[in-house]
Ligand binder design. Structure first.
Ligand SMILES: Cc1ncc(COP(=O)(O)O)c(C=O)c1O
Length: 392
């Protein structure tokens, strides 16, 4: 029988990350393409989740999450993000931050609406919009500092524009939006009556003494921001699917209905584990996490510089984008395959983060790996040193 695909699914291609992961597995290589953290999870999290299973917390929860987790998230939003939200009506626990963004778009936007996203972008942001018949409109982030032009952003706005997507710290660029930049975007959103979707999944991974600033903490835009985050990265639990969104009640209620429809609820015992960990772990846990990643960042960036993969040293998150102009290959896919063949390291071709023909000279590497794996990767990178090309 002929394969039947919806038009929406036809527009989604298999992600470069998955393709590189498969190629890497075939060669028994080191996978630096996927944003999976190798790090161990905090013991309190697993203990509480196991105990919740043993105590029968294995059923549907309230559609917006268990009381303890909504309260823990609201307290954390107050203390860390400087946002005041009502745990009973302004926090929705979701199936990861991915589920939060999908449900926010499903609940608040209509087919044909336009959303501005910054490029290079995180693929799921673009694909989520496309899957819902929404239209991504691309605003440029320019290296080396990944700055944007507020004038360019404003020039992209049409009568169909309904929102702007911010990702801070950003994947893949590592950009941490400054207060001034957020104020500029806030002014634009107020004057054009736009929503702001903000994905802050890497909020605790910020380097060089910089601070994470949540757009939702800016009073001028509090009512138009949908803050999205979760614990996949902070607690190294990407498979648990614990995320949330926080916004004013009028937006939170429909997002909760959408989340109920698509996911029913986030996994019950894992919600219990997460709420215990959020309320138990102190500042030293988050500081140690950040310090650990900063050391890994420095290690890998130094090795990349020596290996002709010139890194744009990230301000946050755990990816590095690098200029790969000196690596053989006409496209970033060819360059990624060359790197895999030469070193056994899987990276993501830069084209995965751009629409059209952008990103062909870029490569992304994820450094959320155990130290010995990262050290091995640094050593293997040296096979890319220019002198190795002379006789090949
Ligand atoms: C920017 C960004 N948002 C969201 C996610 C996924 O988060 P979650 O596991 O909470 O769905 C990722 C994972 O790589 C990411 O890079």
């Amino acid at each position: 029988m002929e394969t039947i695909l919806s038009k929406r699914i036809q527009s989604l291609t298999q992600s470069e990350i998955r393709i590189m992961s498969i190629e890497c597995e075939k060669r028994n290589g080191i996978n630096l393409s996927q944003g999976i953290c190798d790090l161990p999870l905090p013991p309190v999290l697993a203990e509480e989740a196991k105990s919740a299973i043993d105590h029968g917390e294995n059923h549907y929860t309230r559609y917006d999450g268990i009381n303890e987790l909504r309260s823990a998230v609201a307290d954390k939003l107050f203390q860390y993000n400087r946002m005041t939200v009502d745990p009973d009506s302004e926090v929705i626990i979701t199936s990861g931050s991915t589920g939060a963004f999908y449900c926010a778009c499903l609940a608040l936007l209509n087919p044909g609406d336009e959303v501005i996203i910054f490029e290079p972008f995180y693929g799921y942001h673009e694909y989520t919009l496309l899957a819902l018949d929404l239209v991504p409109v691309y605003a440029k982030l320019s290296p080396p500092s990944w700055s944007f032009s507020p004038e360019e952003v404003e020039s992209l706005i049409t009568e169909k524009t309904k929102g702007i997507m911010i990702n801070t710290p950003a994947n893949p660029s590592g950009k941490v939006f400054s207060h001034q930049e957020l104020d500029q975007l806030a002014d634009i959103c107020v004057s054009h009556n736009l929503l702001i979707f903000t994905d802050e999944i890497y909020e605790y991974i910020v380097y060089d003494g910089l601070s994470h600033i949540s757009p939702g903490s800016l009073p001028a835009i509090r009512d138009r921001v949908i803050t999205i985050s979760g614990y996949s990265k902070t607690f190294s639990i990407t498979g648990w699917r614990i995320g949330y969104c926080a916004c004013r009640e009028g937006l939170a209620r429909p997002i909760g209905c959408a989340s109920d429809l698509v996911y029913v609820c986030a996994p019950s015992p894992l919600q219990a584990g997460a709420s215990k960990a959020i309320s138990t772990l102190q500042d030293d846990f988050y500081k140690a996490l950040c310090d650990k990643y900063e050391k890994k960042r420095n290690l890998i960036c130094d090795a990349m510089k020596e290996a002709s993969l010139l890194p744009y040293v990230p301000q946050g998150a755990y990816y590095v984008l690098a200029e790969a102009g000196q690596i053989p290959g006409d496209t970033s896919k060819e360059k990624a395959m060359h790197i895999l063949e030469k070193t056994g390291l899987a990276l993501v071709p830069g084209s995965a983060f751009y629409h059209g023909s952008g990103g062909e000279n870029l490569m992304r590497l994820c450094f959320a790996k155990e130290d010995q794996v990262l050290e091995e990767a640094c050593e293997r990178l040296q096979a890319l040193k220019p002198k190795t090309y002379i006789n090949t």
